[in-house]
Design a protein around this ligand. Structure first.
Ligand SMILES: NC(=O)c1ccc[n+]([C@@H]2O[C@H](COP(=O)([O-])OP(=O)(O)OC[C@H]3O[C@@H](n4cnc5c(N)ncnc54)[C@H](OP(=O)(O)O)[C@@H]3O)[C@@H](O)[C@H]2O)c1
Length: 253
């Protein structure tokens, strides 16, 4: 039996990460997904992946706690051996994250550090420590935001961390090219998820405002994103490298 490639999706229990995990499985990949608090939700996603005929496993991870990464990778190593009879993953999707709205003038050092630890330091060192587990010829997909291209009041800190991930993507692609590892960054526009307490999904006025700024006339859905990320983890995407791919329906053109 031909063994499947394995993708590790951080924050795969809900929202965009869940849709990425399901689409990866639909494309024939096995998936390891992480959750921070919502273990039940993560287990439901892993069951759905198994129902699609692929292997799945869930591991707890707080991406904002870099000190916990060594024990996370010990868990990953055991999971790879026991559940997948494998030593490596083929793709890493750095998706886990939180939204935090705060105007530049009012952003506290504490909020800045929270965003920095999750969105930049976390993704930086998680990827660094993942390298021995990442197969040559594999790939990394980082998740940014449309807010790195256009300025929307209230997101100076959040969008700056995402901007940093976009720069990092280029350096990773350059330095990991010798291992044939491709690194791309996907930048979703505003998407209806639990993000920021479901602000875009549940607030009709905010939803309408975003729709009116979007060429295709609506807010994005998780289903608009996962398939693109999954495509980047296929052989058809083998020559796509160091790219920022915005998926926003044409927001703020
Ligand atoms: N939604 C949008 O409009 C939008 C737009 C552009 C970019 N993004 C980016 O897309 C990514 C996913 O967002 P989403 O909308 O899917 O959010 P979401 O629905 O709130 O889901 C967040 C996911 O990340 C996990 N997570 C949260 N904090 C974590 C931490 N400290 N350590 C590890 N995992 C953590 C959650 O795990 P639990 O379920 O265990 O809590 C959950 O799986 C984020 O990087 C976000 O910045 C979102």
């Amino acid at each position: 039996m031909k063994s499947s490639h394995i993708a590790l999706v951080t924050g795969g229990s809900r929202g965009l990460g869940k849709d990425m995990a399901l689409n990866l499985a639909k494309k024939g990949l096995d998936v390891i997904l992480t959750y921070n608090n919502e273990k039940e939700a993560a287990l439901q996603v892993s069951e759905a992946i198994e129902a699609l005929g692929q292997k799945a496993a869930v591991i707890q991870l707080n991406v904002g706690e870099a000190k916990s990464f060594d024990s996370f990778f010990l868990n990953l190593k055991n999971t790879l051996t026991e559940t997948f009879q494998a030593a490596h993953i083929n793709f890493l999707i750095n998706n886990a994250g939180i939204g935090l709205e705060s105007h530049f003038e009012k952003t506290s050092e504490e909020d800045f550090d929270t965003l920095m630890n999750i969105h930049f330091k976390g993704a930086f060192f998680l990827t660094q420590k993942a390298l021995p587990f990442l197969a040559d010829g594999g790939g990394i997909v980082n998740i940014s935001t449309g807010l790195s291209r256009f300025a929307f009041p209230g997101y100076a800190a959040y969008a700056s961390m995402k901007g940093a991930i976009e720069v990092l993507t280029k350096y990773q692609a350059k330095e990991l090219g010798e291992r044939r590892i491709r690194v791309n960054v996907v930048a979703p526009g505003a998407i209806e998820t639990d993000f920021r307490g479901g602000a875009i999904r549940d607030n009709a006025a905010a939803n309408k405002a975003v729709a009116s700024m979007t060429a295709l006339g609506r807010v994005g859905l998780p289903e608009d994103i996962g398939g693109v990320v999954a495509f980047l983890c296929t052989d058809e995407a083998r020559w796509i490298n160091a790219q920022r791919i915005e998926i926003s329906g044409g927001m703020m053109l």
